[in-house]
Design a protein around this ligand. Structure first.
Ligand SMILES: *Cc1c(COP(=O)(O)O)cnc(C)c1O
Length: 367
């Protein structure tokens, strides 16, 4: 994969580096009433459903805004006002889901493990057995604050066995890690345009079990974030309910075409895994250590311990690496000084190797 622009490479978990083709798709203006634009919306909805093999069981409801808007819309629409959500937390995004659930007036219980400990199916089994009032379970697939992977399949099985609804925040894994609606049961999976599908940021989408969404009229306490209304309106008119993010949607369509041409989810996972392995080998060369054990690490984003060097300072390190063409991501942990490196985006191992060189030079300049 060759670098076609002189913009710095974003080693961040979204917004991320997009291809020139995806960027170029944003050079046209579209009318929201225009049939050609609405055909793109329909196509994108189909393409997204196909990624989870959900054409028979689920529907795709796109939503304006960043990913959090879609998480909020999913919880607010799918959980009845007297519902009770158990949120499984091992990082900032789990905490955010619990907070927004509470703010929307739903009952919420949380189960929190340390940031380097995945939630297990046994935990969920015990929690659901202990409290039958729980109606839904909220799970973060890959918790982007560290890069930890939670065991989706096992947890989904437990939730299904208890007859509860699973709401999955798969924002940073969707398109890269397998999520197959034919193999696992969930009410909704939430993701966004600007992560592993490699579109620009600006809209999210929720893939909801149709039989569930059909019963969600009137749940939402928000007008703009009502997924049920968005769905019904879109089905009826082919249009978005309020002003659509036209350029983002068309670029997302282009990104999805490239995703399919590359070979879909399996090929994307392979490329990211190659990036991840190149990164890990490079970190070892630099004497840097990753925060998570490899067994629980998704090949999406890696949290790295700051070097043991009295002169190290993230801001200086960041600026130096930035001046060499690579944008790193700050750490999000309270317990340890870290920084993060994303493996996702329209990049390959060549960019990752160059990034390692940039980090090496930056560290050498700091002693
Ligand atoms: C990116 C992300 C979100 C959404 O964050 P926004 O800043 O609103 O786009 C939610 N959950 C996870 C796990 C994420 O990685």
């Amino acid at each position: 994969m060759s670098l076609v622009s002189r913009d710095p490479v974003l080693l961040t978990p979204g917004p991320l580096t997009t291809s020139l083709q995806t960027k170029s798709a944003m050079l046209r203006d579209w009318g929201s009433w225009d049939a050609a634009f609405n055909a793109v919306t329909a196509k994108v909805r189909q393409q997204l459903l196909k990624i989870i093999h959900g054409e028979e069981t689920h529907v795709c409801v796109p939503m304006q805004g960043s990913g959090t808007f879609s998480v909020e819309a999913a919880i607010n629409t799918l959980v009845p006002r007297d519902g009770h959500v158990l949120v499984l937390i091992n990082g900032a995004y789990g905490k955010r889901m619990a907070r927004l659930t509470e703010m929307m007036g739903r009952r919420v219980s949380v189960f929190e493990t340390p940031e380097d400990v995945p939630t297990t199916a046994e935990d969920v089994e015990r929690l659901l057995a202990a409290d039958s009032s729980i109606t839904h379970v909220g799970l973060i697939h890959c918790e982007t604050s560290t890069g930890i992977l939670n065991p989706l399949e096992e947890i989904a099985d437990v939730v299904a066995r208890h007859g509860k609804g699973l709401i999955l925040d798969a924002m940073s894994s969707f398109g890269a890690l397998e999520i197959d609606a034919k193999k696992i049961q969930f009410d909704a999976v939430i993701a966004a345009s600007g992560k592993c599908i490699e579109g620009p940021p600006g809209m999210g989408f929720v893939l909801v079990r149709k039989s569930v969404l059909e019963k969600c009229a009137g749940h939402s306490t928000s007008l703009s974030l009502d997924l049920y209304d968005q769905w019904v309106y879109m089905e009826k008119t082919t249009q978005w309910r309020f002003t659509p993010p036209t350029h983002i949607l068309v670029a997302l369509h282009t990104a999805l075409n490239q995703f399919e041409a590359e070979g879909g989810q399996a090929a994307r996972l392979q490329r990211y895994t190659n990036n991840y392995q190149t990164l890990m080998a490079g970190l070892e060369e630099l004497g840097l250590q990753s925060f998570l054990k490899p067994e629980i690490q998704a090949p999406i984003i890696v949290t790295v311990h700051a070097p043991v060097n009295a002169k190290y300072d993230f801001k200086t390190f960041y600026e130096t690496v930035r001046s060499k063409g690579f944008v790193l991501y700050p750490g999000k942990l309270t317990q340890a000084e870290t920084f993060r490196v994303g493996c996702i985006g329209a990049i390959g191992t060549q960019e990752m190797r160059s990034a390692i060189h940039a980090m090496k030079d930056a560290l050498a300049e700091m002693v």
